[in-house]
Design a protein around this ligand. Sequence first.
Ligand code: FAD
Length: 464
Amino acid sequence: MSNPPGHQPAVVWFRDDLRLGDHPALHAALELNRPIVAVYVLDEESAGIRPLGAAARWWLDQSLRSLATSLELLGSRLVLRRGPADRVIDELVHETDAAAVVWNRRYGAAERAVDTRIKSAMQARGIDAHSFAGSLLFEPWTIQTGQGGPYSVFTPFWRSCLAAAPPRPPVPAPTAIAPWDGVVNSDELDTWALSPTAPDRAAGLRENWTPGEIAAQAALDRFLATSLADYASRRDEPARNVTSRLSPHLRWGEISPYQVWHATQKVQRGASGSAAASGIRFLTELGWREFAYHVLFHAPDLATANLRPAFDAFPWPELDPQALKAWQHGRTGFALVDAGMRELWRTGSMHNRVRMVAASFLIKNLLIDWREGERWFWDTLVDADPASNPFGWQWVAGSGADAAPYFRVFNPELQAAKFDPQEQYIRENVPEYGTDAYPARLVDLGETRRAALAAYERVKNTTV
Ligand code: FAD
């Protein structure tokens, strides 16, 4: 393919940034005054890329439909290709005789390896290849301890972020996009069969979520207008619905953390008292997301290896598949755990406080390796995140960065009494709770806690 002079397109490669607003790569491509070829590549083949879970695939399917519609409204279209990204991008650049390829960065090791290879291959062919910061407020390698290393404790990490240059303002969404007028083939999204059919969980996901950039902005606006003021005081109560529910939108980049940051700051500037405190608290939670990525960047096998190697000595008993199944399906006889696990299966999400309690129960009362739980969450969460999910699991397990100490074992009954005192959340998710149909307790909390602490002695006595 050869283009008329000046008409070589720029390829904009969409990845975990399925939006048009605050998309620095798209913005830079438009500044080149070239026609645009927008592409999404479903790469399940490159070495080390973790296959998406079922709930995440459903979200991706819906989000791609939304992005395609938004591009069409501006005069462009979304090209869909499947295969190893090296090959696919190379073919696309060749087919369209593109002069440039741009993208926003990813932070997993396998993804970075792919991106580095593509950048070198493009540059070797004289094609501009540029990457941009669009998914994190602070690039992981720019935040360093006094000794020049990564942080392993959140508070100094976040202090260091806040002392750095403030996050740039969001870049505006384009109002029109000049499409490339050559012929370029695209897969039909339906042929990717991303929506789960066996079992068919899509109905529950559809009922609870609307993926896409417009819904993401609406969720942010709604949260800032109606819930921010109560966030600091009520965020731990699962029946309250005061958290933002932005996590899947952030996971897929339907909204950028820069947009969230600046919109929150704007509201906060006019606020005082509890609303101001809530704003700070909310932005600190965004900070935990940054920290999880900081940790992942420096420990790429976060989902499979204990961050603290001493935990390799933990004597996990042989896996009891029945106990794991009871946990996964919300039939442990501990109401808050069961409510959370059923919420997860039904809606693709779980409240943060309940995630901590359910994870602690799996690890410290069922003595099941945190990696089993991480895998289940990876498959069932719509916000299943390569950084926040393993980070959260290792935090609860005690093996992670700035983790809860292992001896802190959440008691699910006390947690329920404290955070769901009216049992509203429990009854919403476990309708048979309190009747004979509800399962008996699977384990004795005191006994299993003691067994877990005894097992932990092995870790304590290991000096790695
Ligand atoms: P809000 O309270 O409104 O917070 C705003 C945003 O800050 C969130 O959308 C999220 O992006 C970020 N955030 C908040 N808390 C955390 C946290 N502890 N760690 C990292 N980021 C945070 N979050 C995910 O996005 N994906 C996951 O796969 C994930 N897995 C988890 C697994 C476990 C075992 C635990 C304990 C936590 C996990 N979290 C995960 C963190 C947290 O539970 C969710 O981000 C939060 O419940 C999302 O709800 P929200 O958007 O209403 O959060």
